[in-house]
Design a protein around this ligand. Sequence first.
Ligand SMILES: Nc1nc2c(ncn2[C@@H]2O[C@H](COP(=O)(O)OP(=O)(O)OP(=O)(O)O)[C@@H](O)[C@H]2O)c(=O)[nH]1
Ligand SMILES: [Mg+2]
Length: 298
Amino acid sequence: MTEQRCGYIAIVGRPNVGKSTLLNHLLGQKLSITSRKPQTTRHQILGIKTTDSAQMLFVDTPGIHGDGERALNRFMNRAAGSVMNGVDLIVMVVDRGEWRDDDERVLSGVKAAGVPVILAVNKVDLEQNPNQILPVLQSLSERGDFAAIVPLSALRDQKLEVLEKEITARLPEGPYLFADDELTDRSMRFIVAEIVREKITRQLGDELPYATTVEIEEYDDKEAVVHISALILVERKGQKGILIGQGGSRLRQIGSEARQDLERMLERKVMLNLWVKVRAGWADDERALRSLGYDDGK
Ligand SMILES: Nc1nc2c(ncn2[C@@H]2O[C@H](COP(=O)(O)OP(=O)(O)OP(=O)(O)O)[C@@H](O)[C@H]2O)c(=O)[nH]1
Ligand SMILES: [Mg+2]
């Protein structure tokens, strides 16, 4: 019998490099929300992948970035930073296209963590000329002491098995910590709130998603139909208007897309009620953030 391995792996990187996409594609199931916009992920999310030889406990994190003025941004940076302490391995995700100051910032946090680091060079599917990849990998290898460097495409499922092999080889030997059918430690309420936020992020203009958070007021799955009420908090009255849209059309669209995802996930009919409320300053007040379920690992 082969020895079983089990350990925690932090997925870190600057915003928008594809961390959550990588997690979902490694799991073969959507767990963490994604979008074209940077700073989509706000919370740590545990995704569990169990095979015959290993249990990989992946922690997706918010993108680390230099602009930490608002309490929400500070929370997100701290949440990502604190994850790196206490994991067995780090997968640092970068975009094959460019190295930015924020990558440098991530790298210094990663080095301080003192565990092996695998560099995942993502979005290689966007490279027209395959000959361009080699020099990119060469220059990345000079930036740090990486246990392995794996060029891949999370979105197109390319070379994910190579990454998985590199990860498994570096996990400590030990018994599995979760049942083999468990996907996450997050509650369904949390996942519902995230799915609603994903639809808002994907549908609305650049500024609005950052001013928005979602709170689940009711989650009742005792009947055949799952009843869910979600409250969308925004910061200003004008934002409420944009979110609701002409005659309620925008909110209906968001609700209908979220409901379809949820019905697929739960394999049940879902009744989803969405409400919008103005709560000024929710993103600036650390106490308010904690009461909304934001956790920075402190
Ligand atoms: N072409 C291409 N696009 C990708 C790939 N991986 C991710 N993307 C896209 O990149 C964008 C950002 O992906 P996310 O997974 O949300 O990125 P993230 O690093 O989690 O971002 P934050 O949570 O905001 O830090 C989305 O539009 C993805 O579809 C890839 O391998 N190839
Ligand atoms: Mg993300």
